[in-house]
Design a binder for this molecule. Structure first.
Ligand code: CTP
Length: 406
């Protein structure tokens, strides 16, 4: 059987580039889209032209980029035509100024006017100095745009043009291309209410010490970001991790398994009516110290810790559920062989009464950017990867959107 065509093949994509040093990466994105079979119109803002030249884009795309709202070479209304003839509008990089103009509904340059006329999905890949990204004005604009249905890819944490580090760096072209194909993959989650838990829990021994685990939260955060970008309303319940909140996602920070339990039931509602799906990616500690000391424990010879089991949160939700909603997804992390891993995932599936268990090996997931996993259902075991966690998140959300459509 031949592979299905990649979702961007044959799609008409308008790629808008605004004023940021990351504009040079838009050329790589253009190449990826062309290679995947998309037909692309490139629009460069006036500020983008300060950073990159039209010749690069013309060379890669076989036709000159556009930039003028009043382009004499085109009769009619260029912005309306471009919007009408686009299957997706992608703005990469999107500067702080661009986000502000889109949020305000401006139409005084070609890119803003196309965005205002577009009925197709709009995806933006912000790029700016971390101070500009975290400024309340930008965050207000991001909220407005997410409420308007604009999808976000990034920004990511890393080094920015000034050499400083922080959240504001544009997502890599491969990641943006992935987000673009997500727009067409049919895996829409519009209006679906997702609760996602992520990261480790931390069980206090005393005011300064705790028991925890090595979960990085990266997969759970990638799931939240990709689900939001597919149009879901996402509540992300996060254990103690220093990852940035994906745009448009409601985040609740927790520490212990018991505080996670409380946040979880608040998000789901006692009758589970507030969510369409729960993805339990958090690595919940199975045990907590029987009593946390109120003052710092002093060193005095051997110390025996007494632990008591935490409730199994997912199993409690599974036991409470009576119908098909919310769809429940659990995780199984083991250090055993593949065979043993699948068998134990299936045991968890039955014991916790969930719909899917994502099985993975500790060595192939913890602290890594890549992951290899198997989606284990009652009668199926679909392997995936190794692949970047964002791609694994897309795979899991494809499964979820199919299940929610049933
Ligand atoms: N989980 C949970 N509450 C707990 C422990 C785990 O909700 N107290 C959830 C995790 O979020 C994950 C799945 O259950 O989705 C993982 O279960 P795991 O800890 O591997 O399984 P256990 O039931 O603890 O089985 P075992 O101890 O045999 O590995």
């Amino acid at each position: 059987m031949s592979e299905p065509p990649p979702p961007v093949s044959g799609r008409r994509i308008t790629l808008c580039v605004t004023g940021s040093i990351a504009a040079y990466k838009a050329a790589a994105l253009l190449r990826l889209l062309r290679k995947a079979g998309a037909s692309v119109e490139v629009v460069l803002s006036r500020a983008a032209l300060e950073f990159v030249g039209p010749a690069t884009f013309q060379g890669l795309n076989g036709k000159p980029p556009l930039s003028d709202l009043f382009d004499r070479a085109h009769g009619g209304e260029l912005h309306v035509e471009l919007a009408r003839n686009s299957d997706a509008l992608v703005i990469a990089p999107a500067s702080a100024d661009c986000l502000s103009r889109l949020a305000a509904g401006r139409a005084d340059d070609l890119i803003a006017a196309i965005a205002l006329s577009a009925h197709c999905p709009v995806l933006v890949a912000p790029a700016m100095h971390p101070n500009m990204w975290s400024h309340p004005a930008t965050q207000r604009n991001v909220s407005t745009l997410t409420a308007d249905g604009v999808r976000f890819a990034g920004p990511v944490d890393g080094e920015v043009a000034s050499g400083e580090r922080g959240l504001g760096r544009m997502a890599e072209p491969e990641q943006i291309a992935l987000a673009i194909s997500g727009l067409f993959s049919g895996g829409a989650l519009s209006g679906q209410r997702l609760v996602i838990t992520a990261g480790p829990t931390l069980e206090a021994l005393d005011p300064v010490r705790s028991l925890t685990n090595r979960s990085s939260g990266k997969l759970g955060f990638a799931l939240a970001e990709r689900a939001r970008s597919r149009g879901a309303e996402v509540t992300l319940i996060a254990g103690p991790v220093a990852l940035p909140t994906p745009p448009g996602v409601r985040r609740v920070d927790v520490e212990s398994a018991l505080s996670l339990k409380q946040a979880l039931w608040e998000a789901l509602g006692a009758d589970l009516s507030r969510a369409d799906a729960l993805i339990m990616a958090a690595a919940v500690a199975d045990y907590r110290p029987r009593a946390a000391s109120e003052s710092k424990l002093k060193r005095s010879g051997p110390l025996t810790l007494e632990l008591e089991p935490n409730p199994d949160l997912l199993a409690e939700v599974g036991a409470r559920r009576t119908g098909a909603r919310p769809v429940l997804v659990g995780f199984a992390l083991e250090t055993d062989s593949d065979e043993r891993l699948i068998a134990s995932a299936r045991e968890k599936l039955t014991k916790k009464r969930v719909d899917l268990v994502v099985a993975n090996h500790a060595a192939e997931s913890i602290g890594r950017d890549d992951i290899r996993l198997t989606l284990v259902g009652p009668d199926t075991a679909a392997p995936f990867g190794p692949a970047p966690k964002a791609q694994a998140a897309e795979r899991l959300l494809d499964w979820l959107s199919e299940r929610l459509a049933e």
